[in-house]
Design a protein around this ligand. Sequence first.
Ligand SMILES: Cc1ncc(COP(=O)(O)O)c(C=O)c1O
Length: 442
Amino acid sequence: KGQYIYDEHGREYLDCINNVSHVGHCHPDVVKAAHEQNQLLNTNSRYLHDNLVDYAKRLSKTLPEKLCTFYFLNSGSEANDLALRLARQYTKHEDVIVLDHAYHGHLTSLIDISPYKFRNLEGQKEWVHVAPLPDTYRGIYREDHKDSVLAYANEVKKIIDQAQKKGRKIAAFFIESLPSVGGQIIPPEGYFQMIAEHVHKAGGVFVADEIQVGFGRVGKCFWAFQLQGEDFVPDIVTMGKPMGNGHPIACVATTKEIAEAFADTGVEYFNTFGGNPVSCAIGLAVLDVIEKEHLQAHATQVGNFLMELLNQQKVKHPIIGDVRGVGLFIGVDLIKDQEKRTPATKEAEYLITRFKREYILLSTDGPGRNVLKFKPPLCFTMDNAKLVVDKMDEILTGDEFEAVGPKSQNCFAPVKARPSLPIVKLKAILENFGLNLSSEAL
Ligand SMILES: Cc1ncc(COP(=O)(O)O)c(C=O)c1O
């Protein structure tokens, strides 16, 4: 319920990372919308249904006018794969530029454009080009650089020039509007506009992946790409995760020109489940809840408060190198030393393990797995924020962290008794050894 989840013993966990249960776990309005539409009709999208059109209309109100064509799908991966097809069909080019450490999905085509994955597999395809993350904290151009926006944009220009020298042609630049797997990065304002100019000049299109960060998470805007300024409009926007509050639904929004070029192939777009009446009823309900409960304003208010508390911790604990974020998308970059900003990977892992024992679910991201990521359901409260930060302070201050934290290899020494093993688990373990736990014993 809301920002809480419960285990089989009814123990309550505060969920600080679930950007799928966007308006809160099991939100009654969303559950009701699904149930009511399920009782009426659910079928594939060969059958036209008002929900599909109503939903596309509602989504179009959140986007710049130019993005007026919508394709519905069932997962973020499907959305990015379609975006790739649209880009290639429209530009008649093949190559893609992506940011380092990016993740865009699990399909074959998307593993190829996800350095986060392909670096551990067969490697980089010749049609893929990787640009540096525009990370002004630990990237190649930092906050002390006189024009980091221009410097990072020039890196992309360099990549385009080099690719063109080899006779390659750019179809698209894919970017998560706020790179999350990359370490909760906030690209500097104006970066997208500069890149779009270079990419357009090369005949390519700009794809904004909003699969994690869209739908009002950033508070002041509905879409994270809008943080770059009103003058910026991507050519394609992909959406997923929060869209159905846990129900599988995704979308690609694009321009009329790109959609027409795609239709010109004569090969129709068909997706059995994409845009079915139940998915669209759920999508509409999510939009209603965001509006009705003023969740964007709430994300700003609670996010600012959380950032303020975290910044107070930064002054107190040198392990906190950077606190960055917008709305309820926040990263806490943990470091071993101020000068080199070496990622405090083990310490970060230790912290999230400890948080879990306190019934708080947090996680890490970034190439060094040292960035604590906050992306809770948008109903997360000020009290929740205070609880987490107080707990963080307690752990970082205590002997426990001194003893087993940064100064020792043994980060995971038990610090206090874990809650007792659930009976079902105990039973399964015993059964593994051929032993039985009798019901009397239970
Ligand atoms: C930024 C981004 N794009 C795309 C995807 C793929 O979405 P899905 O898992 O729904 O296929 C993910 C999933 O984690 C993601 O984080």
